[in-house]
Design a protein around this ligand. Structure first.
Ligand code: CU
Length: 438
């Protein structure tokens, strides 16, 4: 169990570090110690080659972005743009995207960690073995405030992966199968925090969808084994070693910049199903749109969804471009004010960087967590905070190593292109009402 011994020492170190970091954060309110996302997306369209990720997938779609690495948040992606075949220019999606916090409260109330701002997530960047980035490239990352003896970590993998069917169409009479195998660009890092190793994965599909996921692996923390309080699960022989249950509440912070503009609108959609009308054949469903014009703490609900809409760009069908949120499986943790909601839209403010235990000074009385920043401001430049929780009740299979457990969500294009971005040329005239034919 050598690995665990090293990790234990590391964890102790990090506890000390976190106190220091908090103090520094409070004292240097006027001048943040780490790089900030750029405020002007249109002007910051480019970056040097070392910090650029550009991938043309074999299906014709190109994703481009810049990356940098922050002391607390770790990997930050900026100026994320999507260019499917048939589009003359890259279409900006995000000004920046990064983790907004990993909050880990234990069921017994003994501890609660903010892994990003309180526990050295950024400094825990791990070197990747060549086999961990199959077919891809491992970039070297200079870790801010990292180990002075080893500041450079081969820690950022960019690669591609097959996704399976992107579509299939044959119909009744076609003598041809229209099918395409989808391809994704993957960008990921591994950060060690205590006994855990978190994978931060961004997956950019050739159909414009972006998937954000955090995978938890590594080891359960042995010092958290507690046989007595009834809040754990026995994971050794018999009923002696109980691993204390806990939650991993992961936040993502997405600063949208659709079509290169920060002026984006937010809409919420809700559907209400009612019984069949008299003499009707089936139940009816009515979907309504609510314009979210002020900051929002949103709760997921059956048949509810949100989208961010461009105010400057339309597709070739003259429909406003947008991206909609596609939730992933979540277990909402009601223990803290900031974990009580599934999504927050806040008006962009430079100092608002972390969903909890925010280290930046936003002024007197501004609060240190995202829920406090939802205070009625008009939304003209929305930042989305997505909270995805996992209640981790350990199981025998978690030893050893612990299998990766993924949690996350997606944003999917809605009317970004006028048709399926992967439509083959032969079907390009089938837009809108088409008669069923061969
Ligand atoms: Cu866990």
């Amino acid at each position: 169990m050598r690995v665990n011994r090293i990790s234990r020492a590391r964890r102790r170190t990090m506890v000390g570090l976190s106190v220091a970091a908090l103090t520094v954060g409070a004292a240097t309110a006027a001048g943040p110690a780490v790089a900030q996302p750029k405020a002007a997306p249109a002007a910051a369209a480019d970056c040097s080659a070392a910090y650029k990720i550009e991938q043309k997938l074999s299906t014709g779609t190109t994703w481009t972005m810049c990356w940098h690495y922050e002391s607390e948040a770790g990997l930050v992606l900026e100026n994320v743009s999507y260019q499917p075949k048939g589009e003359a220019r890259p279409i900006r999606v995000l000004t920046s995207g990064k983790l907004g916090q990993i909050h880990v409260p234990y069921d017994d109330g003994s501890v609660e960690y903010d892994d990003l701002t309180g526990f050295g997530f950024g400094q825990g960047l791990m070197n990747l073995a060549p086999g961990e980035c199959p077919g891809g490239t491992i970039k070297t990352v200079k870790v801010p405030d990292g180990d002075p003896a080893n500041p450079n970590v081969k820690g950022l993998c960019t690669t591609t992966r097959a996704r399976g069917h992107a579509y299939r169409m044959q119909g009744d009479s076609a003598n041809k199968v229209w099918q395409q195998q989808g391809k994704d660009l993957l960008v990921y890092t591994v950060n060690q925090v205590g006994w855990y190793e978190y994978m931060t994965e961004w997956r950019f599909q050739d159909d414009g969808t972006i998937n954000m996921n955090v995978g938890a692996t590594g080891s359960l923390a042995p010092e958290d084994y507690d046989a007595g309080d009834g809040r754990g699960w026995p994971i050794g022989k018999g009923a002696k070693d109980y691993a204390t249950s806990h939650s991993h509440n992961v936040f993502w912070r997405l600063n949208f910049g659709l079509d290169g503009s920060s002026k984006n609108k937010v809409e919420q959609y809700d559907s209400v199903v009612s019984p069949p009308a008299q003499g009707g054949a089936a139940p009816r469903n009515k979907t309504t749109r609510t314009n979210i014009t002020k900051e929002l703490a949103g709760d997921a609900k059956n048949m509810r969804w949100w989208r961010v809409v461009s105010t400057v760009g339309k597709n070739k069908d003259n429909h406003a471009r947008s991206y909609e949120f596609v939730p992933g499986a979540t277990t909402k943790y009601p223990g803290r004010s900031y974990t009580k909601h599934d999504i927050y839209f806040t008006q962009y403010k430079k100092c608002e960087q972390f969903a909890s235990n925010n280290l930046r000074n936003c002024g007197a009385g501004a609060g240190k967590s995202v829920d406090k920043w939802v205070n009625g401001q008009t939304l003209t430049h929305p930042v989305a905070w997505v909270n995805v929780g996992f209640h981790h009740v350990a199981r025998d299979e978690d030893q050893q190593p612990m299998p990766v457990h993924w949690q996350g969500f997606s944003i999917a294009p809605r009317d970004v292109t006028a048709m399926n971005p992967l439509t083959p040329p032969e079907l390009a005239d089938q837009n809108g009402h088409v008669e069923a034919g061969s």
